[in-house]
Design a protein. Structure first.
Lengths: 254, 254
DNA sequence: TGTTGACATTGACGTTACGTAAAGGTGTAT
DNA sequence: ATACACCTTTACGTAACGTCAATGTCAACA
């Protein structure tokens, strides 16, 4: 199959300017030039362009790509295998970025505390492994070993539907809680419904549920002002109210 | 917590030049300038930089980022949620690219046939959905419905260990086959071992194995020159020999 | 106290991978 | 014959920094 610039550009999803530039710098020359001076590309050029784009996807400079691919011992299959590995690593990096987003949202809502370092987890491409070691230690000291680890993993592996359910549950919890607060009774029906919603909400993060842990977390909402703020900014006294409701719900009141 | 340019640059993994540039174009101004003219960044700037980097990860131009973030109804949490969605989409794109690599390797080895369009599957960011529809149809017509689909999915979900096993099996198959060829007997022990290895190799792609399908594929190795070439370039006559061995192995001889 | 060395500052020019005209030739379809 | 969608080269524009250069700041050490 032969292609003109435009045809190849459409096939590969690049501009014709790009193809002319690639010709100019010599990274991808057309198979031949026809009688009118048009560039004509063949099968080999299609494959070469694909390789170039793979390299580009990994942010390799064109100059370097040219050097690599014009080397006479260039092994295209070995290169593809390398691309595969790199892309898998890039995918892992994206997972980290998504985990960072999840944590940041939780943090902005006052549900968890986040160090400045954690906020940039996943951005640095080269230093990922080093950070892995450092951060792994820091996090484990702060939150306890698997807690955060597992919870991030859970969020990450959620289907979009699950995630939507999770978000819906979050707002439902807040709404119910505010309604319950108006009644002033943490033992009342609404407050107990809120406590139950909170338990469901937790199940998105926690592997196993115990009433003790639930009650403990509720107490933390009152003790740590960064958590208190999240609930109290909606309605002063809400954190305390939620703690009371949960303590009753879990049967841990006194 | 307060940071100087260098401190923030180390934290976020960007250069100090970048921070000065961001100041210059006004996308990220320091919290204050100290008495010596040094830039000092605070907590709010840390968070803002994080957001900027998230936008950058999605290839949003700094000019646009500035416009978006300086808007007075900018909702940082909503933005984070959007980043999350976009990054998930990007992850899917990477999956496609990896699938494209897998297919390309198979194709270069002559094991499957690949259209030029398929070679660029995953590169075009915007047109992914459109391609999805077009390609989905094209592929299904060519190879039959789930065959390729499922096989790519299988390769994609392989652990690195599985993938290594797969690669090892591939070369083991070729070695055994070449040894067997020397004996000249497709019913012999070595040839039958090769046929068995080929069955194992297939199991990496196929959901269910039938002797009929196995024998059919073997015949195709002889009938379609693009497959023949893969085996015959190692040793002329190898494709035919493998077919004979598999036909005996599957009991489909004659 | 003087000097070293790691930090900071503002210019200012360079670079990569194209985008975007401008000015003009080519091919075929009506 | 002319329209129209192609193609060509030339050339200047651009985004997001990298990379000097020249100079000021500050804590520490001989």
């Amino acid at each position: 199959m032969e292609y003109t610039v435009q045809e190849l550009s459409r096939l590969a999803g690049v501009s014709t300017r790009t193809l002319r530039y690639y010709d100019e710098i010599g990274v991808l020359k057309p198979a031949r030039i026809n009688s009118s001076g048009y560039r004509i590309y063949g099968e080999a050029e299609v494959d070469k362009l694909q390789q170039i784009l793979f390299y580009g996807e990994l942010d390799v400079e064109l100059r370097t790509i040219k050097k690599i691919m014009s080397s006479d011992n260039f092994d295209s299959i070995a290169a593809l295998r390398e691309h595969r590995e790199k892309l898998l690593a890039e995918r892992k990096r994206l997972d980290k970025l998504i985990a960072t987003i999840d944590k940041t949202i939780q943090s902005k809502e006052g549900r968890i505390i986040m160090s400045d370092r954690e906020k940039f987890e996943g951005f640095k491409r080269e230093l990922i492994e080093e950070n892995e070691r450092k951060y792994g230690k820091e996090a484990r000291e702060k939150y306890g070993d698997q807690a955060v680890d597992r919870s991030n993993e859970k969020l990450l592996n959620m289907t979009p539907e699950d995630y939507a359910r999770f978000e819906k549950l979050s707002s439902e919890l807040m709404e119910t809680l505010k309604e319950a607060f108006k009644t002033g009774d943490p033992a009342g029906e609404l407050a107990q419904k809120a406590a139950d919603l909170h338990r469901q909400w937790l199940s998105f993060f926690w592997d196993s549920y115990t009433r003790e842990a639930h009650a403990g977390l509720a107490q933390m909402y009152v003790d740590d002002e960064r958590f208190t703020e999240y609930y109290d900014k909606e309605q002063p006294g809400l954190a305390k109210f939620l703690r009371d409701a949960i303590h009753i719900y879990t049967g841990m009141k006194k």
